[in-house]
Every structure is written in C-alpha cells, then in structure tokens.
Design a protein around this ligand. Structure first.
Ligand SMILES: *Cc1c(COP(=O)(O)O)cnc(C)c1O
Length: 429
C-alpha cells in the first residue's frame, strides 16, 4: 500500500508505519477515536482529493463534477435515511466546522448562546472563551448537578429564563449518561431559543437506536463522522427543511471553500457500513463493553462520575486514588494504554492537570474485544493507577498489552508489508 511513499519520502513513510504500529500495539481507549475500515481508508486516499467542487451536487461552480456529485448525493440520502433528517449538508470538514456553520446560519455575531460548561462535559466549540464560539457570541453556561453529576435541568431552565439565549447547545464530549433532547427542546421552546444538538460522540449509538435521537427535537443537529460512527475525520449537519438553505449557504460560501471530495466519498462508505446489521451489533458491543469496564473499575475502588455509564465512555474521578489525571495519563501511556486526562465536574485542578481520565470503548470494540477483555483491561488500568511510579508493574502491564494486541490484530496487512511483526520491530527501509 505504501511502497511509492517509501521510495519518495522515507521519513514520512517511517512515521506512517510508526503510527500504524502504535495503533496496532497499544490499547486505544480515547473515547473519541476509532479505527476505520479498509474501504473507508481506500476511499479517503483516492484521487477524489484532486477535485474542486464548490457548490452543491447539480449546482457546482466547476465543471467535471459528475462523479463527485454521485458520492455527495449518497452521503445526503444515506444520512437522511439513517437519522430521519429532512436535510443534510455533507461538507463540513470537522465537527467544529459543522458547529461554526450552524451557529452562523442561525445567529448574528454577538447573540447570546447557552452551552454546557466544558469542565462538566461540554466541548470547546460550545462557547469556550479560547474558541471562536466564545469570541463571537455572548456565552452563558449550564452544567451538571453536584450530587447526581447529571445535567441539571432546573438550573438550565432558570439560566435560560434569565439570559434569554437565541440558541441552546446540547451534546457533550465527556458525559457518560443519556442526553434528554426532549427536555432540552422544552426549555428552548419556553424561552424562544433554537436548539442545536451536537452528537459528535454518540452518533453511532443514535444511528442504530441505542441512544434517543435528537432529530425530532432539534432545529439543527451537528456531528463528527470519525468517533462512534467510525468514518473519516469530518463532520455532518442535519436540519429541518426550514433551515436547509441557511445551513447550506453558511457552509459554503459562508465558512468553507472547496469541499474535501475524497473525505465526502469516505463518509458515503462509512454510512453504507452504518446501515448494516454488523454495525448495529458493533454499537451494542461498545455499550456492553463500557458497562462491563465501568463495573470492574468500580469494583477495583475507582469512582466513576455519575456512578457509571449509559454510552461508550466513562469518567474516572482519581482524587480518592491520590493521583491527578495528568499523572495517570502518563503512567498508562507507559504501560501501553492510551487515555486522556479530563476534568471532572467541579474539578479543583486546572484542565492541563485535571482530576480525572476519560475512557472509551469504541476503538477496542472495533478490534473485536468483548467483555472478557474488558475485565482484563480494568485490572491493568487499576494496577497502573494505584502504583503509577512502579516501573515493574508498568512493564508487566505493557507486556500483557502487547499479548492482547497480538490476539486482536489491526491493519496487519500494512504492517506485514513493512516487515513489522511485533511491537519492537522497525520498518524495513
Ligand atoms: C469531538 C467533538 C467536536 C469537534 O470535532 P472536531 O472534528 O475535532 O472539530 C464537536 N463537538 C463535540 C461534542 C465533540 O465531542
């Protein structure tokens, strides 16, 4: 697959093989990551990358769009069918780009928005001061209840009535519980606000009915395609017919130039996979794995925010274990387990240190791991987190991680071609 790359640019080739090797021989538990299929990879690497196609299918500003029109129409039709949406824009380059386009379609600069506090699970693009969303709009925030650590709808309603936002944003990056979109819509209606639901993390669950759909309750729904949906790194916008024109114009020419047609084609392939029975089984296994992992981590004395999970991720509060998220992330990485440090609600630590880690099961479930492996992994995580400075334990866990990874191979054909059979082999140049 990468023979020409190897000839032209050995430095990049080595980094590419190094990254494939890292993915194959570590346990990827970052909740927002996944491994795409060979078909998605091939499409994302196709010559469709060469094509300029500003505009929409049938209405382009460039000639020669007959084939890229086919793939973009497939994304729109498939996404409409999967999510029951009236309208789809297939072009956002990412989740954040989808949000920019959606905000600027429905809002004016300076309008008030109400989003979830980042340290309670929200996303930077929902109004954080360092992000465009915090700079262009007047941002107000809601969060979770201190006791239950679930979204506090009484507080949400109180804040909404006081600040009268033009848009309420729901959806999260680090929230382990089901999101009640219907209640969000009730609050939005009560104060005359638009509801934007960002399902970047849970889109795969929503697609197969394992999480309630936001589509009937939202003016606009945004998502990424590379998290639980397991497609290329990109975004999508779903909306009602009423807002279709405004959304399309906001994506292009409002906020983007030429669409990435190779990535849009890969989104079409991803959505084809989403419509299969295998994908539904896969999503069920993600949730079953998360439940099992959460149960075992709790049994090992690790406290989970809100007490558990309904979806594909969990947040571990490490304060009782006596270490910070930053230290846990680093120790686990040395042991071959990749997670990210994450603030917990009402975190006393700064985001760069954080009191928690976020753990997700989508990527390992793609490799075929099930409940039994989750038990093993919970044990590994607990051992490292309880002795983050013990080099012997970290080395033991690393060896066990390598064994597990060898039993659930990933992108093996690429590694074979590069002469990499195990975690300590270097690619042959
Ligand atoms: C990941 C995520 C995004 C942003 O996606 P990018 O593709 O990284 O820009 C937006 N919203 C939520 C809730 C997310 O979790």
């Amino acid at each position: 697959m990468y023979l020409e790359l190897k000839r032209v640019d050995p430095e990049v080739y080595k980094a590419v093989v190094g990254e494939i090797k890292r993915q194959a021989f570590t346990l990827e538990m970052i909740a927002s990551e996944n491994f795409v299929s060979r078909a998605v990879l091939e499409t994302a690497g196709s010559p469709l990358t060469n094509k300029y196609a500003e505009g929409l299918p049938g209405k382009r500003y460039y000639g020669g769009c007959q084939f890229v029109d086919i793939v973009e129409n497939l994304v729109r039709e498939r996404a409409k069918q999967i999510f029951g949406a009236e309208h789809v824009n297939a072009q956002p380059h990412s989740g954040t780009q989808a949000n920019i386009a959606a905000y600027l379609a429905l809002l004016d600069i300076g309008d008030r928005i109400l989003g979830m506090n980042l340290s309670h699970g929200g996303h930077l693009s929902h109004g954080h001061p360092v992000n465009f969303s915090g700079k262009y709009f007047e941002v107000h925030q809601y969060g979770v209840d201190r006791e239950s650590e679930t979204i506090d709808f009484d507080e949400l309603l109180k804040i909404a009535k006081k600040v009268k936002p033009k848009m309420i944003i729901c959806g999260a990056s680090a929230y382990p519980r089901e999101i009640d979109f219907e209640r969000f819509r009730e609050v939005a209606d009560e104060v005359g606000a638009y509801l934007l639901s960002d399902i970047a993390h849970i889109a795969g669950l929503v697609a197969v009915g394992l999480h309630k759909s936001p589509v009937p309750y939202s003016h606009v729904v945004t998502t990424t395609t590379h998290k639980t949906l397991r497609g290329p790194r990109a975004g999508l916008i779903l909306c009602t017919e009423e807002h279709a024109k405004a959304i399309d114009k906001s994506v292009f020419p409002g906020n983007q130039g030429g669409p990435l047609m190779h990535i849009i084609a890969a989104k079409a392939v991803c959505l084809k996979e989403v419509m299969t029975d295998e994908f539904k089984k896969y999503q069920k296994q993600i949730v079953a794995n998360a439940k099992e992992l959460a149960k075992k981590l709790s049994e090992k004395g690790l406290r989970l925010v809100s007490g558990g999970t309904d979806n594909h991720l969990m947040l571990v509060d490490l304060r009782d274990a006596g270490i910070t998220g930053k230290v846990a992330e680093e120790a686990l990485e040395e042991a071959g387990i990749t997670v990210n440090k994450n603030t917990i609600p009402f975190d006393p630590e700064k985001p760069f240190i954080a009191s928690g880690i976020r753990i997700g099961t989508p990527a390992l479930t793609t490799r075929g791991m099930k409940e039994k492996e989750m038990d093993t992994i919970a044990d590994m995580i607990a051992r490292v987190v309880h002795s983050p400075d013990d080099e012997k334990i970290k080395k033991q866990v690393l060896d066990e991680v390598h064994d597990l990874c060898m039993r659930f191979p990933l992108y093996k054909e690429f590694l074979d071609e590069a002469g990499v059979k195990g975690p300590y082999d270097e690619p042959v140049i």
